[in-house]
Design a protein around this ligand. Structure first.
Ligand code: GLC
Ligand code: MG
Length: 726
């Protein structure tokens, strides 16, 4: 067991999450998953072996929504917090539009974690977006990564294609291929995937190429049993949970329902879902509308989310709600069908279930597919028998609880018959009601969920991975870069050609020195070379993998030991980068010869150009004329590099400094030529080697730059001493 209790970080990025009066049902992104996360977090926090739980979500500053979503930290309990991290625009955007900002989210979370002085024992991602973030962070800190999908892209895509929507449209609106690609990666990398049902594994994850690489465990979510208690508690005075507030809620609900019904004392059939086509509300109205018998024995109440003005709602919602009203008219269900305009999820729903149970009613979930069916479990916990689809989650639920009847909901008659079957048979009703109350307590409590989860997490203890690495005696255990860069207190960044290499003896002395001081001092290289060419020279001179590699003149950053790309940097520099247009604008300049092979990178266009006054001006004129934004770097009298305006070796160093929160005076940068100039001019400690090229002479006399008399690695060693790094 852990010396401390477990520290768990949950990642759930989209939607609106807050602990106080959560606005569940407010929009398509703020539904079941948000509720799951909030309850899971609090329940995990209550587990004796858990010390701390943080729920990471997006910080949103938007006048249209509550200011509470702009609070960086919100305490849920003593041990559980919501941590909000900014990324992308301040305003609230739907989940499909978050992809471009996730790397920024990761960067900002790094900073947050660094301040915690404790690396979590688990990164647990929810949904593809949260999964991506958790996966990247877990890799950086070499901590276990667990994933809960909630829903997956491949099924969604198949469904949309079946609705005859073109792939192009699906991608434009839902960014579905991006989501699927990320999900494939998550499946192969997660240490564990938690699902709610067995069917989710076979029917949903089963569609993925990496399915067999995944490790799965079914751990059903829990229900808040203090809220969803049985209806008869209210009737038995001695154990009544009833307080004035819940009495008021009940009176309010009844008043609302009675506006619709002429015979209000009949049992009622209850449906509760978002106004979404897939929920099959029209199927239910049709079943009720066509059956005189059903209408005679029971009323119907459909709660389909909060609505103010149907006219201004989204297309899907609008058409579902309009259909509802039209069908009510068509089957003449006035006086029998209640379609209340709003309900407050948190306080009203449990009371609604209990009212329905007291009336002798039935809860129906008419959705064609129901991956899990949380509402079925909650309704059952209150003692309400259920009718649902015989596909997906409900199959497990009814098997565990014997609490109702499953039907093929696409057959309207069957749905009606199942409802009558329960409503008209009091003995059956009682059996289902008690079955639900007891079954939910045994199978679907958050306590059960959490003890299974904690067991699974403990089995993933990071010591397993570490011992695996140390099996290989050639590579002594190396800390993952996230851990390392949080722990070091000094960082050396050096150019390679003519700085680090050039004097072999001094190079070996320097490498030895760095190895001896590695607890305190980290190091990296910044070079014009591409990654491949960098690895070539490392092999040639037997240079071990450093902590950081800044390649291709600062346009690429990689972390050792396994060369993970810093995607945050990539998305940062991509801004206004238009390589095609740049090449086109320079096409006619005959004094430029494009570099071959590795010279051209995604964010770097390079040429050879002989030194000649005035040529650089011509290039600037061409690029300015085309209104392009760029950064131009000329070095060694022959290399011309054009980069995104936000990129350069120096800017990459600034980025590392900010990301890993290292003070500028604790970073030393070393170089010899023009392509080190902007890096040397930064706020960090600069070191120019004795063998520097003429281009750097102009920097002499600057206070933050030390010119060593020694050449190559000897100069670096001198600089490390000068700045008291070593
Ligand atoms: C390296 C690169 C080359 C670049 C030069 C200057 O030699 O391979 O593409 O132009 O550095 O930065
Ligand atoms: Mg150099």
């Amino acid at each position: 067991m852990n010396r401390h209790g477990l520290y768990i970080q949950l990642f759930s990025l989209h939607g609106l999450i807050k602990g106080h009066a959560p606005e569940l049902g407010r929009d398509a992104d703020t539904g079941g998953q948000i509720k799951y996360i909030l309850e899971l977090a609090v329940a995990l926090g209550g587990h004796p072996e858990v010390e701390r739980v943080d729920v990471f979500t997006r910080l949103i500053r938007d006048k249209k929504i509550s200011e509470e979503y702009a609070k960086p930290v919100e305490m849920l309990t003593e041990k559980v917090r919501i941590v909000r991290i900014a990324c992308g625009p301040g305003k609230y955007i739907r989940k499909e539009l978050l992809w471009p900002y996730l790397d920024e989210f990761i960067d900002n979370t790094f900073k947050f974690i660094k301040k915690q002085n404790r690396i979590p024992d688990l990164f647990h991602g929810h949904y593809a977006d949260g999964g991506y973030v958790a996966m990247e962070l877990a890799a950086a800190f070499d901590a276990p990564f667990v994933f809960t999908g909630h829903s997956l892209g491949r099924n969604k895509k198949a469904k949309l294609l079946a609705e005859k929507i073109s792939s192009e449209k699906i991608n434009k609106h839902y960014k579905i291929d991006k989501r699927i690609e990320v999900e494939e990666q998550i499946i192969s990398q997660a240490n564990l995937i938690i699902t709610s049902t067995q069917q989710e594994i076979t029917n949903q994850y089963g569609l993925y190429q990496n399915f067999h690489r995944g490790t799965y465990e079914v751990i059903a979510p829990g229900v808040d049993l203090e809220t969803f208690y049985p209806y008869y508690h209210n009737q038995l005075e001695s154990q009544s949970n009833d307080d004035e507030v819940s009495r008021q809620t009940r009176v309010g609900l009844l008043r609302e329902l009675y506006r619709f019904w002429v015979a209000p004392h009949k049992p009622f059939i209850l449906a509760l879902c978002r106004p979404d086509k897939r929920k099959n509300i029209h199927g239910l109205i049709e079943a009720y509308g066509k059956s005189r018998e059903l209408q005679a024995i029971a009323n119907l109440a459909i709660f389909a989310g909060i609505r103010k003005d149907i006219q201004v709602m989204g297309d899907n919602e609008k058409s579902v709600l309009t259909d509802m009203l039209l069908m009510m008219d068509y089957y003449d269900l006035y006086g029998k069908l209640a379609i209340p305009k709003k309900h407050d999820f948190e306080s009203e729903v449990p009371e609604l279930y209990r009212l329905c149970a007291e009336s002798g009613g039935v809860f129906i979930n008419p959705a064609l597919v129901e991956p899990f069916g949380l509402t079925l479990i909650e309704a059952s916990a209150c003692g309400l028998p259920i009718v649902a689809t015989n596909d997906g989650g409900p199959v497990d639920i009814v098997k565990n609880c014997t609490n109702g009847i499953l039907v093929d909901v696409s057959k309207i008659d069957t749905m009606g018959k199942a409802l009558i079957n329960i409503l008209a048979d009091r003995i059956k009703w009682d059996d289902f009601s008690c079955g639900g109350i007891n079954g939910v307590r045994n199978h679907y409590s958050w306590q059960t969920h959490c003890s299974k989860t904690v067991k699974a997490i403990q089995a993933l203890a990071p010591s397993n991975t570490l011992s695996e690495i140390s099996m290989d005696t050639h590579s002594p255990v190396r800390k993952p870069f996230g851990k390392r860069l949080t722990e070091i207190s000094k960082l050396l960044i050096t150019d390679i050609d003519n700085t680090l290499v050039g004097d072999n003896e001094q190079l070996q002395t320097l490498l030895h020195l760095l190895e001896g001081n590695k607890e305190r001092v980290g190091w990296g290289m910044a070079t014009g070379r591409s990654l491949d060419l960098t690895l070539d020279i490392m092999t040639e001179y037997n240079i071990p993998m450093p902590d950081v590699l800044i390649c291709s003149v600062g346009t690429e950053i990689y972390y050792g030991p396994d060369l993970r790309t810093d995607k945050g940097w990539q998305s940062n520099i991509a801004h206004f980068w238009n390589p095609e247009k740049i090449k086109k604008s320079l096409e006619d300049l005959s004094f430029l010869t494009p570099q071959e092979g590795e010279g051209q990178r995604r964010y770097k266009i390079s040429y050879y150009m002989d030194d000649d006054d005035g040529l650089l001006d011509q290039i600037h004129q061409c690029l300015h004329g085309a209104k392009l934004r760029y950064q131009l770097i000329y070095s060694h009298g022959k290399f011309l590099d054009i980069l995104p305006y936000r990129a350069s070796k120096g800017k990459a160093v600034d980025y590392l400094q900010a990301k890993w929160e290292i003070a500028p005076q604790d970073i030393m940068v070393a170089g010899d030529s023009g392509n080190d100039e902007d890096m040397l001019k930064g706020k960090q400690r600069g070191l120019v080697v004795g063998n520097h090229s003429n281009e750097l002479k102009k920097l002499k006399g600057r206070r933050s730059i030390y010119f060593s008399k020694h050449g190559h690695a000897g100069g670096i060693i001198d600089g490390l001493g000068h700045y008291q790094f070593i």
